[in-house]
Design a protein around this ligand. Structure first.
Ligand code: ACO
Length: 434
């Protein structure tokens, strides 16, 4: 049984004497749910919820969001405390194993992850199969999917050791795979990982270093990158995480599941939004054009949205956006970027939107992606890599959610139903008679 039973909800079908009593279950915090699993057998009814806005698809102990209050907790810890006081690998340990590690546990975990940063040498060949101008999301989607062809020794999803090693491999190899996708696109040699560096440091090193020159990772930028990774690490049952769970529910191996998650993350309504924000700011171009742009956003027929604003769950300020804004200022200060025109434009756009009735009435606030693009651009990371970075971070959440699902005794294949509105049965008509 999921959750704690606290009562029942009775569903009665109007105009009939049919009814069903459905168990009401409470989580630790947040709305209760009623368990509809017997609705079909008892009443011959399905529920209809396109987009799953009112559906809990699983029980989870990993992440809690209160969208009205703007709260995000990982294993109970508020995101701002984690972002300020911990490191990405500490958060990875927390998400994956349920608790913050002590000193020895952290050292062992860091070593466990960093030992897997190299990828099979044969995998390098995959990059040559891509056009140089391929989007790096296309490249990482393919290369991550291909991992399952290389690590046969950790593909048994029923084996806890295999699940643990696969998790380490994915968390460790994603930065290498991502950095190489970038290096390939600019025609520079791939840099092998350096395990003497921290996780974020090593990622920046592989992205920016070249064999011909010594490269020193700026600690302020490494800290900012680590924080960006923390802020993107997990976010409950979002589209890509649900994709990973759905793929995993069939017993598919974790590398294939994470590749599916990457595909799902790519869309502009999800992880692609940080890239879309920068494109939008470039298109607006100047503060004076903001009112025109806002008018287009408000025009239903224009199809234009204010990217980086709005969220399915948050109907308040996304708590990650606030930390992102602070980090943005830190990074620009460190880099000596004064009066960054993009930041100024973003701040003005935010100010105007937050005072506009359209956005107020629809509870549209900045989300995590509103500022992340500006920071990443200032750090010299190309726009096409923004969503890739998100994927590197979210791999931790995906694999934690996948592991939780695989260890859930109630786990079974995900298989939604539908309201069928097509033709009823009809007879085939031969071609000559049509
Ligand atoms: N700009 C303008 N109007 C918006 C926006 C926006 N960014 N977001 C929502 N709305 C409006 C819709 O037009 C709709 O208006 P209506 O009720 O008059 O029809 C209403 O607000 C509700 O919008 P939905 O699309 O139904 O909300 P949903 O929960 O399905 O969408 C989403 C959430 C996809 C994030 C949406 O807000 C959006 O497209 N935002 C821009 C893209 C973005 O920033 N995505 C990143 C999300 S965070 C993440 O993945 C890390």
């Amino acid at each position: 049984m999921t959750g704690a039973p606290i009562g029942s909800v009775t569903v009665t079908m109007d105009g009939t004497d049919k009814s069903a009593s459905l168990p009401l279950l409470a989580g630790t915090i947040g709305p209760s749910v009623f368990d509809i699993r017997k609705l079909y057998t008892d009443l011959d009814l399905f529920t209809y919820d396109p987009g799953y806005g009112g559906t809990a698809a699983c029980e989870s102990r990993i992440t809690y969001i209160d969208g009205d209050e703007g709260v995000l907790l990982h294993r109970g810890y508020p995101i701002d405390q984690l972002a300020e006081q911990s490191t990405f690998l500490e958060v990875a340990h927390l998400l994956l194993n349920g608790e913050l590690p002590d000193k020895e546990e952290l050292a062992e975990f860091e070593r466990g992850v960093m030992l897997h940063t190299m990828v099979h040498e044969q995998l390098r060949q995959f990059y040559n199969g891509f056009r140089r101008d391929a989007h790096p999301m296309a490249v990482i989607c393919g290369v991550v999917g291909a991992l399952s062809a290389f690590y046969h020794d950790s593909l048994d999803v029923t084996n806890a050791d295999h699940r643990r090693i696969s998790a380490f491999r994915l968390i460790a190899k994603l930065p290498t795979i991502a950095a190489w996708a970038y290096k390939y696109s600019i025609g520079q040699p791939f840099m092998y990982p350096r395990n003497d560096l921290g996780y974020a440091e090593n990622f920046l090193y592989m992205m920016n270093a070249v064999p011909a020159e010594p490269y020193h990772v700026n600690p302020v930028l490494a800290r900012a990158m680590d924080r960006i990774l923390i802020l993107h690490a997990d976010h409950e049952q979002n589209a890509s995480t649900s994709t990973v769970r759905l793929a995993g529910s069939t017993g598919a191996n974790p590398f294939a599941c994470i590749a599916a998650g990457i595909a799902s993350l790519w869309g502009p309504a999800h992880g692609g939004a940080n890239e879309a924000v920068l494109k939008m700011l470039a298109e607006i171009g100047h503060k004076d054009h903001i009112p025109d742009f806002i008018a287009r956003v408000k025009d239903k027929n224009s199809g234009v949205r204010l990217m980086g604003f709005g969220h399915r769950v948050y109907k308040n300020y996304d708590p990650r956006a606030k930390i992102m804004e602070r980090t943005c200022h830190e990074v620009l200060d460190e880099l000596g970027i004064k009066d960054d025109p993009l930041l100024e434009l973003a701040l003005e756009l935010e100010r105007i939107a937050l005072h506009d009735d359209y956005f107020i009435s629809k509870k549209l606030y900045p989300n995590v992606d509103f500022y992340s693009g500006i920071i990443l651009k200032a750090m010299g990371i190309p726009t096409s890599m923004f969503t890739v970075l998100f994927a590197v971070a979210r791999t931790v959440g995906w694999i934690s959610q996948w592991k939780e699902m695989m260890e859930d005794p109630l786990q079974r294949i995900g298989r939604p139903r539908q309201v069928y509105t097509g033709h009823a049965q009809r007879d085939f008509v031969v071609l000559q008679a049509r």
